[in-house]
Ligand binder design. Structure first.
Ligand SMILES: [Zn+2]
Length: 221
């Protein structure tokens, strides 16, 4: 009996050891994975680069929160976003977040919808896929999958989209957001000018990017 009990205790101990080891390995692996996708030496979550040649880190899952209009964002950017919107309203500008976090599946659906639109217009499947790729980011390569990118437009009952874009272009950096796809930088970002698409990078980084009039790609290179 004593022998059997000893065996059971040793087995239980081994099982616990294996589980603990696997957990440790997994958490380490995640850290390495995230770091690999940030340029330079920093593993700062605010500077994760996502574009056509840098996919969203595998297994990336932000801690999300829901805005009052149902849009999800990374909860860490909320305080600065709230400050920005409060100050905009004080200036008579009424921004709204139209798009925030998207799942991989939602991004796939957006791409498929775009492909279908081109097919309906008479393009072949191959042509439609190519054209759609010029408009929509491939699933896994959209910043929206990070929860750190927002499409910001106007509450058009209060002001125009242009009013909002103009205010953001001048002020967003003070709250940690950058105009991610500026006009004239298409060859660097790979995306056409989008006056509504803002990316959170933190106030220090955003201020430097704004002052130097550069893109996130250039900032990280
Ligand atoms: Zn966007």
């Amino acid at each position: 009996m004593g022998k059997i009990l000893k065996k059971i205790i040793i087995s239980a101990f081994l099982i616990i050891l294996i589980f603990a080891g696997a957990k440790l390995f997994k958490s380490r692996f995640n850290i390495i994975d995230k770091a690999a996708y940030t340029s330079g030496t920093t593993a700062d979550w605010r500077l994760i680069l996502v574009n056509s040649s840098h996919a969203v880190p595998k297994g990336y899952s932000p801690d999300l929160m829901q805005l009052s209009n149902g849009i999800y964002i990374d909860s860490r950017i909320y305080p600065d976003l709230q400050n920005m919107f409060d100050d905009a309203r004080a200036d008579g500008i009424y921004p709204v977040v139209g798009e925030g976090y998207r799942t991989h599946e939602q991004q796939e659906d957006i791409m498929q919808d775009k492909i279908n639109t081109f097919i309906d217009e008479g393009y072949s499947k191959r042509e439609a896929e190519k054209l759609a790729g010029e408009w929509v980011a491939e699933a896994g390569k959209s910043e929206h999958e990070l929860g750190l990118a927002l499409d910001i437009n106007a509450d058009t009952s209060m002001c125009t989209d242009s009013d909002v874009y103009e205010w953001l272009a001048e002020n967003a950096c003070k709250y940690g957001f950058i105009l991610r796809y500026p006009s004239g930088s298409e060859s660097i970002t790979g995306i056409d000018y989008e006056p509504w698409h803002y990316r959170y990078v933190g106030i220090d980084n955003a201020t430097e990017i704004y002052n130097n009039n550069i893109t996130l790609e250039e900032y990280l290179s």
